[in-house]
Design a protein around this ligand. Structure first.
Ligand code: ASP
Length: 591
């Protein structure tokens, strides 16, 4: 890729734009001293760094330049003497000679090396000095990839007739199911704004407002525990469209992620396969299957239909087969995996090593093998396609727990590293409307949010028993990439009475619904178009496109795992006067 010169008042070129074509030209470049190497007393090689790369400058005479000093160097572009060309640098065939050096800023020695060695540095230190960390080639590349993704997504949405609308940051509350961050109001002491968990309600109001196709690269705030793939604040491509079906939304979003992938990776994603939620659970034990590898869950319930082995008298028995793993799977490892399975909720984990028996048949060796009949053993071999040298694992439990535990085990045993195995997008469709029934309240818990339209064929079940509720499908869909949930969306309820019915089922009283979402229910009374939408996490998408499993690597100024910012020291206290202005008094610390 050619880099443009980008001249300014101080420079004629950015470092990385220079090459053999410029030999003989007098140029001015600006940047930071990445490295200085002495050659005798009066000659130094200075590697000057800007956002486009490094440039070697040959500086004669005694100039005081040290690491990270900011320089303007004017000199002549020359070909490097043969044998000193550096093929790893864009500018590796040239250097700047006859240099005149102007020091624009001096610098203290940086607290850590600003190159690849920074990866070994404690992350808190990197975040405390994030402005230095950002100078590194990798961080520059990540920020620019992210900008290219944003730009590609905006273009894709614009081209499809979507209008960018900014929705407010100080709002009442949004029902995404996480805790709200709140902001006390000075003008209304005792009252609080919530920061948006998503623009969900506003985008629906935009549809009622006739916007037709809305999108926004929206900042969303959720007060939940942080992980490698989760921050308090994150960016989503948020979209909503009127008079549209699930199919329309999938098409629009596919275009956006395809263009984003092209912008960052230069790769086509092709058609995104689809899988129902039930199939995903049955085959991969997860609603966000990582389909980069097989090791699928295999149904064994039938094999044990009339078993005498008590532990297998369960609703669902499934197994996975780890090909050729026996040799490298120690007894300790098997014990560890059994402990993990129990932590994940299983009563136990059955493992079996396969070897070749005297008769040439596959023989399964396991502490529980003696409890199984020859037919059951050969049933396992046939169903899982077991060969000598394999290890297989079986779980018997309720269907959802069997799936869940084997799904996690499958990931633990076979998941490729983040940067390996290519990009496998997947639409997971036909999610259930409710994910569980709350044991205490007996009320169903929504799998997406309470504005999701039930599947038309299953609406009748809503009037039935709570246990039937879990069979109600919704018109909700997720986009998954390499086993990460990128985003979710749904066809929305656009009728006040249906919405009210769902609130009732969820145990949200009319009074509570009126208080929290009354404005939406009111709006439904004035002619709401049928509408549907989606949102996906941009931090996660760009992280995966860059092969990073930590989203902090693609965010300019992220928070640490404990939610703090070592750079600005947020969150901080506020002074007494300010508290009084806000009508707040702090309770004494209890710990
Ligand atoms: N508001 C939802 C979310 O942030 C996405 C959607 O339903 O459009 O997850």
């Amino acid at each position: 890729m050619t880099i443009e010169a980008r001249p300014t008042a101080m420079r004629t070129h950015v470092c990385g734009s220079l090459g053999v074509d410029n030999v003989g030209e007098t140029v001015s470049v600006c940047g930071w001293v990445a490295k200085r190497r002495e050659h005798g007393e009066h000659l130094a090689f200075v590697d000057l760094r800007d956002h486009t790369g490094l440039l070697q400058c040959v500086v004669e005479g005694s100039v005081d330049v040290r690491s990270e000093y900011v320089l303007r160097i004017t000199g002549t572009v020359a070909e490097r003497p043969s044998g000193t060309v550096n093929p790893n640098l864009v500018t590796g065939a040239i250097e700047i000679v006859n240099c005149e050096v102007e020091v624009l800023s001096v610098a203290e020695p940086p607290p850590f090396p600003l190159d690849d060695r920074a990866a070994e540095v404690d992350e808190t230190i990197r975040l405390k000095y994030r402005y230095l960390d950002l100078r590194r080639e990798q961080m520059q590349r990540h920020l620019r990839a992210r900008a290219a993704m944003n730009s590609a997504i905006r273009s894709a949405m614009d081209a499809q007739g979507f209008v960018e609308v900014e929705t407010p940051m100080l709002i009442a509350s949004t029902p995404e199911g996480a805790r709200d961050f709140v902001v006390p109001s000075r003008l209304h002491p005792g009252s609080f704004y919530a920061l948006p968990q998503s623009p969900q309600l506003f985008k629906q109001l935009c549809m009622i407002g006739g916007v037709d196709r809305y999108y926004q690269i929206a900042r969303c705030m959720r007060d939940e525990d942080l992980r490698a793939d989760r921050q308090f604040e994150f960016s989503q491509l948020d979209a909503e469209m009127s008079f549209a079906s699930q199919e329309d939304v999938l098409e629009v979003i596919t275009k956006a992620v395809a263009d984003a992938t092209m912008a960052v990776r230069g790769a086509e994603i092709g058609e995104i396969p689809r899988m129902s939620w039930r199939e995903a659970m049955n085959r991969y034990g997860s609603d966000k299957p990582d389909i980069r590898f097989d090791m699928e869950l295999t149904e064994l319930t039938e094999v044990f239909a009339s078993t005498g082995f008590k532990a297998f008298g369960a609703e669902s028995i499934k197994g996975i087969c780890h090909k050729g793993a026996s040799e490298n799977t120690s007894r300790n490892k098997l014990d560890d995996l059994t402990d993990s399975a129990k932590r994940w909720g299983a009563k136990g984990l059955v493992w079996m090593r396969a070897s070749e028996g005297d008769d040439g048949e596959v023989e399964l060796n396991s502490p529980i093998a003696k409890f199984l009949s020859p037919d059951e053993l050969s049933g396992i071999v046939a169903a899982l396609g077991v060969e000598p040298g394999d290890v297989c694992y079986l779980v018997a439990d309720q269907w959802n727990r069997t799936c869940h535990v084997l799904g996690l085990l499958r990931l633990a045993l076979g998941r490729p590293a983040t940067h390996e195995g290519g990009l496998q997008f997947l639409w997971v469709i036909d999610f259930p409307l409710f994910e569980s029934v709350d044991e205490v309240t007996g009320k169903p818990v929504p799998a997406h949010h309470p504005f999701t339209m039930p599947h038309p064929e299953d609406v009748g079940l809503l009037a039935g028993e709570p246990s039937e509720m879990l069979n109600v499908r919704s018109q909700a869909y997720d986009l998954v990439l390499n086993g990460w949930e990128l985003g979710s969306g749904s066809v929305r309820i656009h009728k006040g009475d249906v919405q009210q019915q769902i609130f009732n089922l969820l145990g949200i009283s009319s009074a509570e619904a009126a208080e929290k979402f009354g404005f939406l229910l009111d709006a439904f009374r004035y002619g709401a178009p049928p509408h549907a939408g989606f949102a996906f996490g941009m931090d996660r998408l760009v992280a995966l496109l860059l092969g990073e499993d930590n989203i902090r690597e693609v965010i300019a100024f992220p928070k640490t795992q404990s939610g703090a910012d070592p750079l600005t020291e947020a969150p901080t206290g506020i002074d007494q006067d300010h508290l009084e202005d806000l009508g707040l008094r702090l309770l004494p610390k209890t710990t």
